[in-house]
Ligand binder design. Sequence first.
Ligand SMILES: [Zn+2]
Length: 420
Amino acid sequence: MAAASESVTLNGRHYRRPARPVVVVCIDGGDPAYLARGLADGIIPNIARFMRAGFAATATGTVPSFTCPNNMSIVTGAPAAVHGISGNFYLDPASGEAVVMTGPELLRSATVMAAFADAGAKVAAITAKDKLRRQLGKGLDLSRGNISFSSEKADQCTLAENGIEGVLERVGMPLPDMYSADLSLFVLEAGIRILERERPDLLYLSLTDYVQHKCAPGEAEADAFYRALDERFGRLAALGAVVALTADHGMNDKSKPDGSPNVIYLQDLLDAEFGPGDTKVICPITDHFVAHHGALGGFVRVYCRGGKATPAAVAALARALPGVEAAYEKAEVAARFELPLDREGDVAVIADAGTCIGAARADHDLSALAGHRLRTHGGVAEARVPFILSAPLNDAYAERAASGGLNSRDIFEFAVNGTA
Ligand SMILES: [Zn+2]
């Protein structure tokens, strides 16, 4: 670090200056089941070594177990009640409009990266999907060697916008397709190049869950992807970095025995009970990238707008449905999962591991699933994630880990302060 600051404080956590580069990787959709299978099959030797020689646990993530809320929890070290990002998508109560929740103005906290950069550290954040880039790069001064870009738009990087240019040439890969394993592998290859040359103090690499939505553990494409991830994790560690691995959420098969999606179309059921237009179901998994899950997830919010349906009546109807694990009214869901109250619906409905919840049947285009079983996430059942460090914990952090309650939002602190 160039500047004199010996430590950084953010959201009540104190971070020391890292003695060597720290790389935190968010394996999007990286359910612990993929690691269990990969370890059993012997196809992820570097991760196996980290787990043996460093530290490994299963942690809890943010509920709803979606991409944006969890990435923001990881990079702020705080719950969604603090950082404000409680879905990929929400209903703005002021306008009644559904809004994509990726604007930096919606993020209510600084990030660990920006805080370190302000203290004189060099940081880089690379994400697969461009939708995360502006929040990950929020407050980051890109004029001082810090870097923030997405592999989706790696061909458009400029020094002014991203702190880097000529990314395709440096990485030596063509621009990856939006729906590909390469979108993630590009992030890791870019991270390796940047670690080699710029040697940032902190590097955050956020992947995409294209493969996990499509393939169960043990399927050939999932195995190939995990072998490829593992090889790159090994190279990051070989460059002298502490490598920390977690996930934004897990992934479950939500299909019926015949292979068709196991969906509760909640809007249709509510319309039948309370009349069309009385309630509005919002699926916060929605983004511009829905072909692999049809915007179906394990957590939806219901807004009571017409005056007929009360939150209590909606919650009672939802709770009685097979496949619904829980339904909570606004204040309870916000308290239980540390969510921002002003961005909650009137009722939150959470599916069990084998079920997903949609709005109206007509709202979901499942044609792109064509032949694939529906695998998705969003509920409590998908909020268990890996928490792996390539280096062993010091005594203080080993003690904290042993006391339980590890959350994926602890990973920057553990990687920076906890590795000897
Ligand atoms: Zn995700």
